[in-house]
Design a protein. Sequence first.
Length: 187
Amino acid sequence: MTANRQKKETEGCVVSRRNFLIGSAATATTISVNLFPGTAQAVATKARVVGYPRKKIATLSELEPNKPIAFSYPEEGSLNNCVLVHLGGVQAGGGIGLKRDIVAFSSACTHQGGPLESTYKAVGEHRVLGQCPFHLSTFDLRRHGIVISGQAYQSLPQVLLEVEGHDIYAVGMMGLLFGHDRNLKEA
Ligand code: FES
């Protein structure tokens, strides 16, 4: 296949990771994509690109090490409860800030929605949400919220963060929130 042909086939279906995961407003857009280009299964189809809201959730100066700040994202309501945590110098997957130690997660347990807001613990190098008050699950905030123990079998959804000046913004979400069939009503 020539470089020109390859380029042509991919034109019109390039969606950057940022545009796919994040958006400046809670909107859904329909675009055309070409699946399996250059194969017998090639088919043009429609894909919906979902944009998460960009929401200011705190300033850097408000954050204290190991003192979570509660917020709602991407919408309001108890199943959208989240916590923003400064892990006190412990680097985390998806962390922002100079030490990559600022993260945010849903605080609704992925098992049956147990409230995790008040369960944060920092012990040595460990940074954990849990034990869940319902069935004792715990989640590792250094490793994208993976399950450490308990009844849950799905990681906690992680909130994608950005810093602009001194402000911290929630701009997207990785993972499906408990109690949702989609994270955004409009999606
Ligand atoms: S609801 Fe959290 S472990 Fe069951």
